[in-house]
Design a protein around this ligand. Structure first.
Ligand code: FAD
Length: 346
């Protein structure tokens, strides 16, 4: 019988990220549809809290590699842990969430196991003919649906592509596996993590809404003046009120290097599009952005799109958005923020 192994790493708070539960949900569906065994492999400093969170899953085995050496992301120790779990389970398929931690090691893992790896997988379907995956190519313009004959097949599932697993919390026993770390595996020392304080964090992959700001926010307005400070305060206010994720057009993030008026809360990491990112959010609101094809291509996975632009002939008007408000985004966002602020807290 086939065995599907779901490989998860534990977060700093000892729990599991949403992406881990999404990958677990996908692995469970694939195993059930194909009549395969499901094994869960955990890696982290301490596994019990995470294991208890998924006590309600129906898996034939729950095993893991535990210890301080496995508490942080490091190629040498992560691949040793993943390999130890895989050798103990001998799976035909390994499914992992697309975290930066697993994305780094899966190719090496597949090589060590004599299998194959596919990253950036957006759909997993188990049917009679076997498992089929979907993956996008050429900056999300072409979708490929493919199968592989090589085993084990290591599949890394993108976030936001499957409903997260939900089930009972309980107390479970973990089968602990030893992963031997050579000196080379520990050569890199992790000294800490540098990240923006959570209040300043503008990229929020789990947010329901993506708010995109374009270069129009910094352009001269009807009074002949640019109003970058007001633009920044309107955008910041909206983000604080809604906890939306902040995206940008390329033109806006490029302005800083041209020495023009800029929005200080924006970096190249916010850029959405062909040469930017392709985030997944339920809804998207674009403001002061023209909606040109290289930008709109990054909206591929946004389910419901709206845009505010002064120009009725902007790119959004050509079928790229569900609703286009032909309006001044300064006026619209001033009003929206006032309405949101007046709303009783939920
Ligand atoms: C190979 C290649 C790759 C690219 N990759 C990307 C990419 O990944 N991401 C990306 O974003 N771009 C990308 N681009 C650039 C892209 O083609 C556009 O140039 C860019 O997206 C335009 O940004 P913008 O809409 O913010 O600015 P603009 O084109 O300057 O548009 C500003 C808009 O703001 C509107 N506006 C102004 N004031 C107001 C107001 N008060 N209220 C409402 N609307 C207002 C104007 O009507 C205008 O439509 C790429 C280009 C190439 C050639």
């Amino acid at each position: 019988m086939d065995t599907v192994l779901i490989l998860l790493h534990v977060e700093k708070d000892a729990g599991l990220a949403k992406s881990a539960l999404e990958a677990l949900g996908a692995a469970k569906d694939v195993a059930e549809a194909g009549g395969a065994d499901l094994a869960v492999g955990l890696v982290g400093e301490s596994l019990q809290v995470a294991a208890n969170l998924i006590a309600g899953r129906r898996a034939s085995r729950l095993l893991g590699v535990e210890g301080a050496e496995f508490g942080h992301s490091r190629y040498g120790s992560d691949i040793a842990a993943a390999e130890a779990v895989c050798r103990a389970v001998n799976p035909t398929m390994v499914i992992a969430p697309a975290t930066s931690r697993w994305n780094r090691v899966v190719a090496g893992l597949a090589h060590r196991l004599g299998g194959r790896a596919d990253t950036h997988v957006t759909d997993l379907v188990a049917a009679k003919g076997g498992v089929t995956i979907s993956r996008w190519y050429y900056r999300q313009r072409m979708e490929a649906v493919l199968q592989r004959t090589q085993r084990p097949w290591v599949i890394v599932l993108e976030t936001g592509c499957h409903a997260p697993w939900t089930g009972d919390i309980g107390t479970v026993k973990i089968e602990l596996i030893t992963a031997t770390l050579t000196g080379a595996a520990k050569r890199t020392t992790v000294t800490g993590v540098k990240a923006p304080a959570s209040g300043q964090q503008t990229i929020r992959p789990d947010a329901e809404l993506l708010f995109v700001a374009g270069a129009g926010w910094t352009k001269k307005q009807s009074d002949g003046q640019a109003h970058a400070p007001e633009a920044e305060s309107l955008i910041r206010g909206f983000l604080q009120l809604t906890h939306a994720s902040l995206g940008s057009s390329k033109s806006l993030v490029d302005l800083s290097k041209d020495g023009q008026a800029v929005l200080t809360l924006m970096t190249h990491l916010n850029q959405i599009g062909q040469t930017g990112s392709t985030p997944r959010h339920l809804k998207g609101l674009s403001t002061c952005c023209h909606g040109e094809e290289p930008h709109a291509v990054g909206w591929r996975f946004i389910s419901e799109r709206r845009a505010v632009n002064l120009d009725p002939n902007c790119g959004w008007a050509r079928g790229k958005t569900d609703v286009l408000y032909v309006a001044d985004a300064f006026e619209v966002m001033r009003k929206v923020n006032a309405l949101l602020a007046a709303k009783p807290a939920r």
